[in-house]
Design a protein. Structure first.
Length: 403
């Protein structure tokens, strides 16, 4: 049976704030892609006037941001699955059927986003893997934990080991695809951008490494479901000691493992066989997950501190996560891509200039989210998603501002 701890419409501030915090890292990581740095050759990056400091910025981004915040975002999707079922079943509705309708529309949003705007969309994959989540509702917590670790850490490592002894890497040449991306995304014509986006989408889809990425996403969905079912995300004082140990152990191991990974120390030499890439994959994936959990634990502890109210400023953004995830794409396209009426900084900006854009842009988003939810019940994307899920027009404005 699902717990009915939440009254209908009640928000969990910690989870909302953690989701808002996850968007901070997602925004930063994605800016490095939007800017064109991800497609540039080493020679092109070295030609930038800020190349020396750019290398330091990119190294720090790899250690502290890359994969960790997207993993946290995926973990929270697993938590949200449990909370959604709890909420709708508490109202006497059929939770599983509504959940499948909900993720169908999420897949539609993600497909439009990924194919028409940005190839790195993650929503499609959340929706596809979420189809399997109801299968894990009745398994024991111990079994669920084992499945989560298996998919989040072991399975991607197996993919890495297998890839090293096969001939299947990328079916499309990376250098050629990156060159096409540089040309297409800087083009003033939407059609050329769309062709480059289509090509890069298939480049990502057809890579062997995509299998490892996908199963790791599913593992984090399962891990989020485990945390929600165990109650760790809802009863912070009770699990304070767990958060302290997770912050300490996860933070130390995650920092060491991600530093090794970012510095290339875990890169297997050519012809290394299965064992080295598999072992390196275990270290890397465990490091990614450990740092994600350390971040979540740090925020949980901050919530219990006397100054914890400051962490709650992120909750509005967390409640509008879909709106801001899509909005960050529009901002990135406006700032960098050639077909948008913006500054057109694609492949012209070093990593050092992305930092003030990242922090300033995020602060602006937090302010907008806080203002918006004083006037409206949902973000625009959340409102549409909710209407489609329940197949009923939802009240949009807050009672104080309703006409």
């Amino acid at each position: 049976m699902l717990p009915e701890k939440r009254a209908a419409g009640e928000r969990l501030d910690y989870i909302d704030s953690l989701r808002g915090f996850a968007l901070f890292g997602v925004f930063g990581a994605n800016l490095f892609i939007f800017s064109g740095l991800a497609y540039m050759t080493d020679a092109q990056k070295a030609a930038l006037p800020t190349a020396a400091i750019d290398r330091t910025i990119q190294f720090l981004e790899l250690v502290f941001i890359e994969t960790k915040f997207m993993g946290l975002f995926a973990l929270l999707f697993g938590v949200s699955f449990w909370l959604f079922l709890s909420s709708v079943r508490a109202r006497g509705l059929e939770g599983t059927a509504l959940f499948y309708r909900r993720i169908f529309w999420l897949f539609v949003f993600g497909s439009i986003h990924g194919w028409l705007l940005w190839a790195f969309d993650i929503l499609q994959f959340y929706a596809l893997w979420a189809i399997l989540l109801p299968l894990f509702l009745r398994v024991s917590l111990r079994t669920l934990f084992a499945w989560a670790i298996g998919f989040a850490i072991v399975a991607p490592a197996l993919v890495s080991g297998t890839q090293s002894v096969t001939f299947w890497g990328h079916l499309l040449d990376k250098a050629t695809t990156n060159a096409a991306a540089l040309q297409g995304f800087s083009s003033p014509h939407y059609g050329e951008m769309l062709r480059a986006n289509y090509l890069y989408n298939w480049y990502l889809t057809l890579s062997f490494g995509q299998i490892g990425y996908q199963v790791a996403v599913f593992g984090r969905l399962l891990f989020g479901l485990f945390l929600a079912r165990a109650g760790l995300m809802m009863d912070l004082p009770r699990y304070r000691r767990v958060f302290v140990w997770t912050l300490m152990c996860g933070g130390i191991y995650g920092l060491v493992a991600n530093t090794f990974d970012a510095s290339g120390m875990l890169d297997p030499p050519r012809g290394s066989g299965f064992v080295w890439p598999f072992t390196a994959g275990l270290i890397e994936e465990a490091g990614y997950l450990s740092l994600s959990l350390a971040y979540a634990s740090a925020l949980a502890l901050l919530f219990q501190a006397p100054w914890g109210r400051w962490a709650r400023v992120l909750r509005s953004m967390g409640r509008m996560a879909l709106t801001f995830y899509l909005g960050q794409t529009l901002f990135g396209l406006w700032l960098f891509y050639g077909f948008m009426p913006g500054p057109h900084w694609f492949a012209k900006t070093g990593a050092v200039w992305l930092v003030p854009i990242w922090f300033g842009g995020y602060a602006l988003q937090v302010a907008i989210a806080d203002w918006w939810l004083k006037h409206f019940r949902f973000g625009p994307a959340e409102w549409l998603w909710r209407c489609l899920t329940y197949w009923k027009l939802q009240t949009f404005r807050t009672p104080a501002y309703a006409s």
